[in-house]
Design a protein around this ligand. Structure first.
Ligand code: SAH
Length: 263
């Protein structure tokens, strides 16, 4: 089978920025699987699931780049420099990132570093957490009865505070998806209510979406911080806010491990 439109010249390094999807390896693209099987070197992040890494060629060199919050295994500049160095050495490199590399993935920054050194690269999109996790939680992000728009934001900011555009987040008939939101969840719920959202607005937090340890906790802006604390959720978690969350009860189809779902 053809592997794609571009075939690197021998001896020329190239970096493939590849999205690994949210966890379930079945959500990898064909292009991603082919590249994982052929690559010489893989540089991957902590969000990449072990089931996805099972597809990596056994002969490939594996480099773990981090980074969990508070555990910055490699700084972003170090990762950029590593990719540049490997490509200059003539390697075919897969830079594998959770979800989609262009959505809260710093993929753009890495490509800028490569472009600055005239290094060839390609981007392989992945299923972003908002899409994969909401699908496996049975929460459509739009629905004609509930939401005509959907907004993706990141809730974890440099100084730990959540300095977001609150008026834009409380618009009616809109779904808000928050990446990295757990630390700031109480503040987000509080601010949304303060900016006019109903305390009864439904909200879901999904831990480990698309894999067997998936847990979905649902509630309202008013009671969610307490529910999440009681459920003892761990990272990674995705937060979905909006009327569409009501559909979870009827549409949840994915059956994770017994006892893993708290509703
Ligand atoms: N580029 C990634 C996002 C990186 S930011 C993407 O497109 O999905 C990391 C955040 O994504 C996590 O803090 C969490 O909010 C979310 N996330 C990624 N995978 C997830 C999963 N399997 N379950 C729940 N949240 C997930």
């Amino acid at each position: 089978m053809k592997t794609g439109s571009t075939h690197p010249l021998p001896g020329t390094g190239r970096v493939y920025l590849v999205g690994a999807g949210p966890g379930d390896p079945e959500l990898l693209t064909l292009r991603a699987v082919r590249l994982l099987q052929q690559t010489e070197v893989i540089v991957y992040d902590h969000l990449v699931s072990s089931a996805v890494l099972d597809f990596v060629s056994p002969t490939a060199e594996r480099i773990y780049a981090g980074k969990r919050r508070n555990e910055h295994t490699m700084r972003q500049e170090e990762i950029n420099a590593l990719l540049v160095k490997l490509a200059i050495e003539g390697k075919q490199v897969v830079r594998l990132k959770g979800g989609d590399p262009f959505i809260f993935g710093r993929g753009g920054e890495e490509l800028q570093a490569l472009a600055a050194h005239d290094i060839a690269f390609e981007v392989v999109p992945g299923v972003t957490a908002a899409s994969g996790v909401s699908s496996y939680a049975g929460i459509p992000l739009t629905h004609r009865d509930y939401a005509q728009s959907c907004i993706f934001i990141t809730g974890h900011l440099q100084d730990g505070s959540a300095d977001l555009d609150w008026p834009s987040l409380v618009r009616p008939r809109q779904t808000v998806v928050i990446y990295m939101g757990l630390g700031g969840l109480s503040e987000i719920c509080r601010q949304m209510m303060q900016h006019g959202a109903a305390p009864t607005l439904p909200i879901a937090v999904v831990q480990d979406g698309t894999i067997t340890t998936q847990k979905v906790v649902t509630g309202t802006l008013a009671d969610m911080p307490e529910r999440v604390a009681n459920a003892g959720l761990k990272s990674p978690c995705l937060t979905i806010i909006g009327e569409v969350v009501k559909l979870h009860e009827a549409l949840a189809w994915f059956k994770p491990r017994p006892n893993a779902t708290t509703a």
